[in-house]
Design a protein around this ligand. Structure first.
Ligand SMILES: [Zn+2]
Length: 247
């Protein structure tokens, strides 16, 4: 089982975090054909049961809540019947028009984030939404109290907008440490997703994902799908992290 992490699907933006719509379409069609794409919640539920991974299963996630996901990924997700989860930055909802100031190599035009109407439309189409923090700060640079406050505010705002409990978090840039993981638990999340660039200890608050970037072809996707399976196999470490986080 692999959780894939995409960001923007925006034509002409060549930063690593953005994918050309045509390339994303190739990925989506390949995944629909060769893997079983499951909702992120199904994966999380299975972690809770301590059930083993199923290597063909893949979950799709998109970080940051860019409007390009609505414009260029949603039609394809609907056409192919692929479930997906978008992690939203809550401040972009509270302050519509908040400039996206957290990306490297931004495009020439300001980056649009999802508006409430688009979120509702996507919800109705079966897309799930969870939290990507309030400000998109690097959480490892905050004090424990600041971190809890940011993550709690994000959860509360999003629950209001989405109309359901928000229990999943994706760390901005995947960055976390022991304090951040404890803050996530304290702020009411049950699981948090990372984006490890090298092997790190997996756990309920460090669930590994695999980043997919601008130049990634189907060949890269296949290699990346093979690799994390090995990491996820060591998820019995979940039990240990649960004990640690309940201190
Ligand atoms: Zn992000």
């Amino acid at each position: 089982m692999t959780v894939l992490c995409y960001h923007a699907v925006q034509p002409g933006w060549t930063a690593p975090m953005s994918m050309e719509p045509a390339v994303f379409a190739e990925h989506a069609r390949w995944l629909a054909r060769h893997r079983r794409v499951v909702p992120l919640h199904a994966y999380v539920d299975r972690l809770g049961l301590g059930a083993g991974p199923r290597w063909r299963d893949v979950a799709l996630t998109f970080d940051d809540g860019f409007a390009s996901v609505h414009d260029h990924a949603l039609p394809l997700l609907v056409e192919l019947g692929l479930p997906a989860t978008v992690f939203l930055v809550a401040s972009t909802i509270v302050e519509p028009g908040r400039l996206v100031d957290w990306v490297d190599r931004p495009p020439a035009e300001p980056l649009a984030t999802l508006e409430i109407d688009q979120i509702r439309e996507m919800q109705e189409a079966g897309v799930a939404f969870e939290s990507h923090s309030y400000w998109h700060h690097d959480l490892t640079t905050l004090s424990f109290a600041e971190c809890v406050e940011d993550l709690r505010a994000s959860r509360e705002v999003l629950e209001e907008v989405l109309g359901h409990p928000v229990r999943l978090l994706a760390y901005p840039r995947g960055r976390h440490d022991g304090d951040v993981r404890a803050a996530a638990a304290s702020a009411g999340y049950t699981h948090a997703f990372a984006l490890p660039e090298q092997r790190e200890e997996p756990g309920r608050f460090a669930v590994p994902r695999v980043g997919i970037y601008h130049d990634n072809t189907i060949a890269h996707l296949r290699i990346k799908l093979a690799r994390p399976y090995l990491a996820v196999r060591s998820l019995p470490a979940l039990a240990a992290s649960r004990r640690a986080s309940s201190r």
